[in-house]
Design a protein around this ligand. Sequence first.
Ligand code: ADP
Ligand code: MG
Length: 216
Amino acid sequence: MAIVEHSMTRPSEIVRSLDAERKRWLIAAVADSVIAHVDELTALDAAIGDGDHGHNMKRGFEAVLLDLDTLSRMELPDLLRTVGTTLVMKVGGASGPLYGTLFLALGKALSDEPSRGEAATAFAAAIAAVRARGKSDAGQKTMLDVLIPSCQAFSAGGDLTAVKKVAALAAEATAPMRATRGRASFLGERSIGHMDPGARSSSLMIAALCDEWGEA
Ligand code: ADP
Ligand code: MG
């Protein structure tokens, strides 16, 4: 897992070489983390939704893992678009099309060896696509309440440990919010006091990516 460092390259532009092996570890890390937390995601969605978020996400990422060999040999744009399509087809619920949109938009915006700046721009573009698809924005107790601050931390140049921390705190910060989008919004005031399941799954994916990316 080589780190591509160029003496004339600014630190923020240093990228790791994304060879097939590295892609495989990154995909597996995200999928394994989501799958390992199926019960927690189920419990969160049982509290303010219909209890299917854990199994929706597990089904989607199990399908992604079945494709691991093929995916890891793809260039990043195709890899991300394929993951996005699989999530749209397999996850279902509200979160399937939204996470599908996120990955499809990332695939559209990234090159195979993105710089950090390019990755930050792509992350922001993918969030804009989710907002458009979900007709939603920050403050409505959804996955966006994790994705938006995490993207801001990443774009501001924070190290990956800091980005992971922002994601975890942002997921927790959805607990006192009142949901105004998604199924939890049907509960009105009663949605207050529970972490949003989609916010939690987003923070799990970001944490897994940050941890795996940080591995030497
Ligand atoms: P469903 O609500 O259809 O059962 P899931 O349980 O799989 O689907 O996913 C629920 C999660 O989807 C919520 O916790 C929330 O984070 C996210 N979500 C739902 N609607 C929206 C929306 N309009 N915009 C952004 N995120 C949303
Ligand atoms: Mg649900």
